[in-house]
Design a binder for this molecule. Structure first.
Ligand code: KIV
Length: 264
């Protein structure tokens, strides 16, 4: 297998080499991203919003995730393929095991991403014990948008920050191979990144994390309506999709993205 592995990503963290990640939903874009050197392709359940035009990610089904994962797998050769566990496909550890198995066997996922902290401890332990790499998504949880009261920065207060720090180390101890922090103050994200050995991907989490991810359609400026303040339209700067993705990879690797204007 020529694809990037979790071992390679851990070595990149140890060596201080930044990791570039983008969402992908189909074979054609996956091919462009892979060729530009994006190391992780995330088949995000954001596809519910940017592909299907839904208001939230909640309606996305496991079969839809598998359909898009398979397309991204077909279109790429090198990048690690991470696939989102859709809403409630991990409601119990048994269900998570079944869903992750399908994402890997039918979708070709190398890693599954689960939204949530300590509530998923047993689930992450069970998945890791069965050889399933897990990325634990903390901070703003789009699948919990109704509970979190909207798309808001998380961990601004001391209690929220302490909970996130403790969730991060609990997830690492449970066997997670990666963390993703969404919409988290930059100082908190930096503290968590220093505290764990596994790579930390940030989105709206400042520059001092190991990897950056953006929703592809946000960074190409084609998501309808208001786009997140932490994103940047790389297509507007370059006028060509392949060049825009290459510019993103270069900006992540060189540390010029995200800037303080894209951070909380
Ligand atoms: O679904 C998705 O695209 C994600 C990113 C926002 C990180 O989870």
């Amino acid at each position: 297998m020529n694809r990037i592995t979790t071992t390679r990503l851990k070595k990149m963290k140890q060596g201080g080499e930044k990791i570039a990640c983008l969402t992908a939903y189909d074979a054609s874009f996956a091919h462009i991203l892979d060729a530009a050197g994006v190391e992780i392709l995330l088949v995000g359940d954001s596809l519910g919003m940017v592909i299907q035009g839904q208001e939230t990610t909640l309606p996305v089904s496991l079969d839809e995730m598998i359909y898009h994962a398979r397309a991204v797998r077909t279109g790429s050769e090198k990048a690690l393929l991470m696939v989102d566990m859709p809403f409630m496909a991990d409601a119990t550890p048994e269900q998570a095991m079944h869903s992750a198995g399908r994402l890997m066997k039918e979708g070709g996922a190398q890693m599954v991403k689960l939204e949530g902290g300590s509530v998923l401890l047993e689930t992450v332990q069970a998945l890791a014990a069965r050889g399933i790499p897990v990325c634990s998504h903390l901070g703003l949880l789009p699948q919990s948008v109704h509970k979190q009261g909207g798309y808001r920065v998380q961990g601004r207060d001391e209690a929220g920050a302490l909970d996130m720090i403790s969730d991060a180390s609990a997830m690492q101890a449970a066997g997670a191979d990666m963390l993703l922090l969404e919409c988290v103050p930059a100082t908190l994200a930096a503290e968590i990144t220093r505290a764990v050995e596994i790579p930390v991907i940030g989105i709206g989490a400042g520059p001092d994390v190991d990897a950056q991810v953006l929703v592809l359609y946000d960074m190409l400026g084609i998501t309808p309506g208001k786009r997140p303040s932490f994103s940047h339209d790389f297509l507007a700067d370059s006028g060509d999709i392949s060049a825009a993705v290459a510019a993103y990879v270069q900006a992540v690797k060189g540390g010029s993205f995200p800037s303080s204007a894209h951070s909380f």
